[in-house]
Design a protein around this ligand. Structure first.
Ligand code: C2E
Ligand code: MG
Ligand code: MG
Ligand code: MG
Length: 291
C-alpha cells in the first residue's frame, strides 16, 4: 500500500495518521465495554529475593483480552485511559481484584507474599483515593502490610503537596510505597526526601546493558547505595539473564524482577508456579545444595 501511494507521500502519511487516530478513538470507546464486560484481567509477575531466592512479592499487571483485536498491552491502553479518565474505574478494578487474589494466595499458605499495584498519577490526584484503598482492603480482608502501591516519580510533578499528603496517608494505613521506573522521570533528586517510599525500582533501561555499559553500571550501583543509605529497599526491573542476576546480587540489590525468573502470568499459573518453587525449597531437597 505504501508503494502504491509512494508518489504522493503526503496522502500516505495523512492516511497513516488517520488510521492511528481512528484506532485510538475506537479503542477509547471499546475500553468502556472492556471495563463493563470483564475483558480485563490481571496478570502477576513474581519478584525474587536476591539473597534467598524466595518470592516475597508479585506485581499486578493489567491485560486486555479484546474480542477481535487480541491481547492488548497496558502500554497501549493505560495512557489512553489516563487521557479519558477511565483510569479511575480501571485502576480501582485492578486494585480490588489484586487484593482479592492476594487473600486467596495467603489462604493457600503464601502469607509472606505481598502484592504491588501500579497507580497512575491521575488516581493519586483524584479526591477520595485514600478511601478507595481503604475500601479495597476492607472488602478483601487483605492486611495493609501486604499491599504496596507503585508510583512513578513524575506523579509529584503536578499538585505536589496534595500527592505527598495522599502518599503519607496511605503509608499511615500500613500500605507500602514503591517508586517505579526510577531514573526515567526527569525530576530532581530532592523529591526522594519528600516521598514516603519504602522501595525504589530501578528502571529496566539501566539494567539492560548494566554489565557492559559503564554508565549504566555506575548509575545502578549509585542508586543501590543511595537507596540503602536512605533505608529503602531496591528492586532491579527487567532482569533478563542469569548474568544480570549474578551482577545485581553481587552489588547488593535486594529484589530481582524479570523474564529470567518469570513472566507475568494469570493467577492460576502463579499458584502453580509458587507451589513448584515451594516444593523445590523444602528441606527434603535442600541437601542437594543451594545453587
Ligand atoms: P511497569 O510497572 O514498569 O511494569 C513492568 C513492565 O515490565 C511490565 O510490562 C512487565 O511485563 C515488563 N517486564 C518485566 N520483566 C521484564 C524483562 O525481563 N524484560 C522486559 N523487556 N520487560 C519486562 P507490562 O505488563 O506490559 O506493563 C507496562 C506498563 O503498563 C507498566 O510498567 C505500568 O507502567 C503500566 N501498567 C500495567 N498495569 C497497570 C495498572 O494496573 N495500572 C496502571 N496505572 N498502570 C499499569
Ligand atoms: Mg510497576
Ligand atoms: Mg517499572
Ligand atoms: Mg515501566
Amino acid at each position: 500500500r505504501a508503494k502504491q501511494l509512494g508518489r504522493n507521500t503526503y496522502q500516505w502519511y495523512s492516511q497513516e495518521f488517520n488510521d492511528e487516530a481512528s484506532y485510538r478513538v475506537a479503542l477509547r470507546n471499546e475500553l468502556q465495554d472492556a471495563i463493563d464486560q470483564e475483558q480485563l484481567s490481571v496478570y502477576y509477575q513474581p519478584l525474587v529475593d536476591a539473597r534467598t531466592g524466595q518470592i516475597r512479592n508479585v506485581e499486578a499487571l493489567v491485560r486486555w483480552q479484546h474480542p477481535t483485536r487480541g491481547l492488548i498491552s497496558p502500554g497501549d491502553f493505560v495512557p489512553l485511559a489516563e487521557e479519558t479518565g477511565q483510569i479511575i474505574a480501571l485502576g480501582e478494578w485492578v486494585l480490588r481484584k489484586a487484593c482479592r487474589d492476594m487473600v486467596h494466595l495467603h489462604s493457600r499458605g503464601f502469607r509472606h507474599c505481598s502484592i504491588s499495584v501500579n497507580v497512575s498519577p491521575i488516581q493519586l490526584r483524584k479526591e477520595g483515593f485514600t478511601q478507595t484503598v481503604i475500601n479495597a482492603l476492607k472488602a478483601s480482608g487483605l492486611p495493609p502490610e501486604s499491599l504496596e502501591l507503585e508510583v512513578v516519580e513524575s506523579a509529584i510533578l503536578l499538585d505536589t503537596d496534595l500527592v505527598i499528603n495522599v502518599l503519607h496517608a496511605i503509608r499511615e494505613l500500613g500500605v507500602h510505597i514503591a517508586i517505579d521506573d526510577f531514573g526515567t522521570g526527569f525530576s530532581s533528586l530532592s523529591y526522594i526526601k519528600l516521598l514516603p517510599a519504602n522501595k525504589i525500582k530501578i528502571d529496566r533501561s539501566f539494567i539492560k546493558d548494566v554489565i557492559e555499559n559503564r554508565s549504566d553500571a555506575a548509575i545502578t550501583q549509585g542508586v543501590i547505595s543511595m537507596a540503602h543509605h536512605l533505608g529503602l529497599e531496591v528492586v532491579a526491573e527487567g532482569v533478563e539473564t542469569e548474568a544480570h542476576a549474578t551482577y545485581l546480587r553481587k552489588n547488593h540489590c535486594d529484589l530481582l524482577q524479570g523474564f529470567v525468573f518469570a513472566r507475568p502470568m494469570p493467577f492460576d499459573e502463579l499458584l502453580t508456579f509458587l507451589n513448584e518453587q515451594a516444593s523445590a525449597n523444602t528441606p527434603a531437597s535442600a541437601g542437594e545444595g543451594d545453587s
